[in-house]
Design a protein around this ligand. Structure first.
Ligand code: 6R9
Length: 694
């Protein structure tokens, strides 16, 4: 941009108002000197200020540091990544960084391949000397104030104990362990214990049905399941152990189930298979030598929905994933200048059943020596003030949640916020879906007092950690934009043919080079990994998202461009919901699309065609809804079910979802060309049927 060389004089107040919204480009002189600002329009100012403090100076250096990181990466990428790798403790430091290729001929993702380390050592042992007595996990239960905190020393001891329990039950390096747990410290303990002995965990969200749990256990070949008697959510109980029993009728490869007592509710324990957590741990020694792992040894498998077929087992490995969760936690949520990471209390509200819970409840914070909150409740229990009451009571300083939660709480009104003193909060974050300006403003004003920066982090299960996000204090934000790539991340927009689009443009979001946190494979199906992500736009990783880049270079994620819908920040493949509906004996065929939803972001709209001669009814709708709940889980329940006489198909028999999406969005007048349909009359029938659905 152009530089206006006439100095503008600003005072402390003006500086404070600008500091989170203006991009500070250069410190021209030192303290009390001159620096230049970019007001977001690309116009640069030279600014002289006499009234800023140490913290503000530090912020200028943060911007400098970020630019220096990017420059170092551009000069010598491998040198940069090896220097960043020093953030971790390695038993064998790697000599090589990126050996990845997106090309079909020598395809593969590999980072730091000759390095060796252990994730639990990085999250625990290395903090013991300086932080042994500092809280690591601050647990908040379903009932307000039901909680406890575990120091790094206590967590280390529990992890070692549980690692010994796993070993005593025959679990060895490389074996898969399924976790079906509430949001309790024991869940993190089990994850870290797996990491300690080199077992591969696969966490299954506690809200998933026994069928979904069985599918995942079978797919990853888990031989061991960790669960609790019951979970509690919003005062209600979830029969976790009973669900496991049900899943194991089909998933017969499981040898043992370890059960922690959460509620004391009744469970049936099968002799020779089921063990109580407390009893097993009481008998276990509390020291356990960590297994030395190769950087590319698997750390975990986490299932996520795609546009086709069953959920994919996303596999992350040891070195790259840990570096990415560690580095991004520090860049986005790290301490302010002159402060220690433990001065903050970090609360990420995600469940550990999702990637956000893996990277920013457990691995990223603990690797950095932070204090991380684990919350086992829901935002509206006992009332819609819960998150704010709890933040105030615990003294949370960094709060990270999903736009859907913000929208839901915003609708409840400010009276749930105002009674609580949120002055401890200094930083806010969002993840999971685009945030709309109205929710952004409310979050900023009501929760962030109009002062806290909002870190909008774009990423995916597949990316391991954030890729596009503002670095607080260094990146000027625009509400609704995830802003710029983090250092070393290379997003590009391409058109339908894969041609790169320059400047301000809208297109498909791809990444042109690997980063350490990238997934390594789809468990058990490497070919599917390549096909899903690298075949659409050869030579690049295709995210499945669309995005826009504005004239200032800011990225705005516009949402999925494939058949994945995002319901309350949870990813769902339309194909999964369809195959659940198809299981009903009266259903001939179902097609599912997303629809706009005020709170959930997207809702689920199902077009259901019944067998010839069958009539749709309210009772059948209820049956179909409960079928989906049983097969997948409550989060997949359709919002609207419309019974239809036919589905819009091409002559080759492919459902034209574009048309269904328009109908579900209430834009029947914008359907466009339907000449390629086998039977264009179908569209008219669908439109006529639209007033009746519920
Ligand atoms: C971390 C996580 C990934 C999909 C992703 C995109 C959407 C995530 C976003 C966002 C706009 C953001 N998404 N963060 N869209 N702005 N800040 O959510 O992983 O469950 O795998 O979902 O979520 O569509 O492709 P995951």
């Amino acid at each position: 941009g152009t530089i206006d060389t006439t100095p503008v004089y600003i005072g402390a107040g003006q500086f404070a108002a600008w500091k989170h919204t203006q991009l500070i480009l250069d410190v021209v002189e030192g303290r009390g000197g001159m620096f230049s600002l970019d007001n977001g329009t690309g116009r640069r100012f030279l600014v002289r200020s006499r009234a800023y403090d140490e913290g503000e100076i530090a912020m200028l250096h943060r911007a400098d540091r970020l630019r220096a990181m990017q420059a170092a990466h551009d000069r010598d990428a491998d040198g940069f990544w090896l220097a960043e790798a020093r953030r971790l403790d390695w038993s064998v430091f790697p000599t090589r960084a990126d050996e990845s290729s997106f090309d079909k001929r020598d395809f593969g993702i590999r980072w730091f391949a000759d390095g060796e380390l252990n994730v639990s050592v990085n999250c625990l042992d290395r903090h013991l000397e300086a932080r042994g007595d500092q809280p690591a996990i601050v647990f908040e239960g379903d009932e307000p104030g039901e909680g406890r905190s575990l120091t790094y020393r206590a967590l280390h001891r529990e992890v070692c104990r549980f690692a010994n329990v796993l070993k005593a039950n025959g679990i060895a390096k490389g074996d898969r362990v399924a976790l079906y747990m509430p949001m309790v410290p024991e869940a993190a303990i089990a994850m870290l214990a797996c990491a300690r002995i080199g077992a591969v965990h696969s966490v299954v969200f506690g809200g998933f049905s026994p069928e979904s749990l069985a599918d995942r256990i079978i797919d990853c070949g888990a031989t061991f399941v960790v669960t609790a008697d019951e979970g509690t959510r919003g005062g209600k109980r979830i029969p976790l152990k009973a669900n496991v029993d049900c899943a194991l009728e089909r998933a017969s490869g499981v040898r043992s189930v370890i059960v922690m007592r959460r509620t004391g509710g009744p469970v049936s324990m099968r002799e020779g298979r089921d063990i109580w957590w407390e009893e097993a741990c009481a008998a276990a020694p509390d020291d356990c030598a960590p297994e030395a792992m190769h950087a590319e040894d698997p750390l975990f498998i986490l299932y996520t929905s795609g546009s086709t077929g069953k959920p994919k087992g996303v596999l992350h490995t040891t070195g790259g994933y840990l570096l990415w969760s560690t580095l991004t936690y520090d860049l986005l949520f790290g301490p302010e200048h002159g402060r220690d990471v433990s001065d903050d209390l970090f609360w990420c509200t995600a469940d550990i059943g999702w990637i956000t819970g893996h990277s920013y409840v457990v691995y990223g914070p603990l690797s950095n020596g932070a204090r991380t909150v684990m919350f086992d409740g829901v935002p509206n229990y006992p009332d819609p003030g819960r998150l704010w009451e709890t933040s105030a009571r615990l003294g949370v300083t960094i709060f990270y949640t999903a736009p859907t939660a913000i929208r839901a709480l915003m609708r409840e009104g400010d009276r749930w916020v105002t009674p609580h003193d949120l002055s401890s909060i200094r930083l806010l974050g969002t993840v999971g879906e685009p945030i709309n300006p109205e929710a952004w403003d409310w979050y900023h004003e009501r929760i962030g007092r109009g002062e806290c920066p909002i870190v909008d982090t774009w990423w995916q299960t597949e990316t391991g950690g954030a890729l596009i996000a503002p670095v607080p204090g260094a990146t000027a934000t625009k509400p609704g934009s995830a802003t710029f790539p983090l250092p070393g991340v290379s997003p590009e927009l391409v058109d339908g043919e894969g041609q790169a689009l320059a400047g301000a443009a809208e297109g498909n979001l791809v990444l042109t080079r690997s980063w350490p946190g990238q997934m390594r494979t789809v468990f058990g199906d490497h070919e599917r990994f390549f096909q899903t992500y690298f075949s659409t736009f050869p030579g690049t990783y295709f995210t499945g998202d669309g995005a826009r880049r504005d004239a200032d270079g800011y990225f705005w994620i516009t949402g999925r461009v494939d058949d994945v819908i995002n319901v309350s920040g949870h990813r769902m493949g339309t194909a999964e919901v369809e195959s659940a509906l198809d299981m009903h004996k009266l259903v001939s065929e179902a097609a599912v699309v997303g629809m706009p939803h005020d709170v959930k972001g997207q809702g689920i709209y199902a077009f259901v065609m019944l067998n010839a001669g069958e009539e749709g009814s309210e009772a059948l709708r209820k049956e179909l809804r409960s079928l989906v709940r049983k097969e997948i889980g409550p989060i997949a329940t359709p919002d609207v079910i419309q019974f239809v006489p036919g589905l819009p198909k091409t002559r080759s028999g492919k459902i034209m979802r574009r048309i269904l999406r328009k109908l579900a969005e209430g834009q029947a007048d914008q359907i466009g060309d339907i000449s390629t349909l086998a039977d264009p009359m179908v569209v008219q029938q669908l439109r006529e049927g639209m007033s009746e659905p519920s």
